[in-house]
Design a protein around this ligand. Sequence first.
Ligand SMILES: [Mn+2]
Length: 400
Amino acid sequence: MYKLYTHNDLDGVGGGIVAKLAFGDKVDVRYNSVMGLDTQLERLFDHEKKLDQYHLFITDLSINEENTKRVEELHRSGAKVNFIDHHKTALHFNEYDWGSVRVEYEDGRLTSATSLLYEHLLENKWIQKTKALDEFVELVRQYDTWEWDKNDNIKAKHLNDLFFMFSIDEFEEKMLERLTTQKDSFEFDEFEQKLLLMEEDKIERYVRRKKRELVQTFIDDYCAGIVHAESYHSELGNELGKEYPHLDYIAILNVGGKKISFRTIHAHVDVSAVAGQFGGGGHAKASGCSMGKDAFEQYVIDIYPLDPIRQDAFKNRYNVKESPKGTLYENRQGDKFFIYPQAENKWGIETKAKESQLNESFADFQSAENYLKRNYAAALSRDDIYVNYLIDYYIKEKNK
Ligand SMILES: [Mn+2]
């Protein structure tokens, strides 16, 4: 008999699915939250008298010191135990005979709990390799490691979308059925494809609405975009980050759940450090923390009076970015800013807001725009305002 304790996200459940394909009814799988696993394991150690007759697997989550001791004891008593994980923070479990933690494959691809467990099952010849199963495991791995984003592998994202549309039991049942009957490739059925299309529409509308609620402010040295949202944090972080590249990171607040998610698309920002200030953590590009009093003050109270970011005019034909004639921006105070090329690889900003030129010049247009948006919250003006601005400018030139 086997027992598997794992995470309740796609990577954890992917592990449960391969374990059930391998062991069928002989495996008891328990899905846990990050915070819940230790309690569940304590309960198991307290109540399961014949634990040494089981082969115990723990994957995708770390365990506390107390449980580490009990697992070690269990192992010494001769029971079979495997701790299989891919998180950097769990590497110290490699000191134990039963620990095997690996973050990367030799070719540089990141590992996931599902892929490591699948390979372990293959090595022991407990599971039958099929093309469909290989593909399923790879989709889970790419989603969990965010390689799907880099590889534009939308199928991996869709698998996770589906995972959230069904209960864990339903998802597991569907996948098990599919992976035992279809061996050549892993595909979504017609119903799922329809659901995914509807979901995509829904996410698009949600993100569009949230774009209009985003505020920006400087917190420490970073220019942060802040938005309240209960769902679709990954999509929001990604879309808002790309839409507003002048923001260092996006903070997504869930006041009801007392949580903040941080996302960045920039290499120069490590949001795990931002979350770390509030006792949270995660990865450089995606992290989170609970919202305590300090975080609530900084991210909710202090910014409450702010207006949302002004959006760029989007139907322009003349006032467009990187125009050789110059591009006009304005902010809520009515200040106007004109970005124009001064020389090759040299962009300047003219403004009356400071009664003079801004002294700085920029190596590319984007840097000039970032500067304006970060410091003056300016957005692209509409064409009619641009045309009037240019007319005024030429009249003044003529009268000089
Ligand atoms: Mn994982």
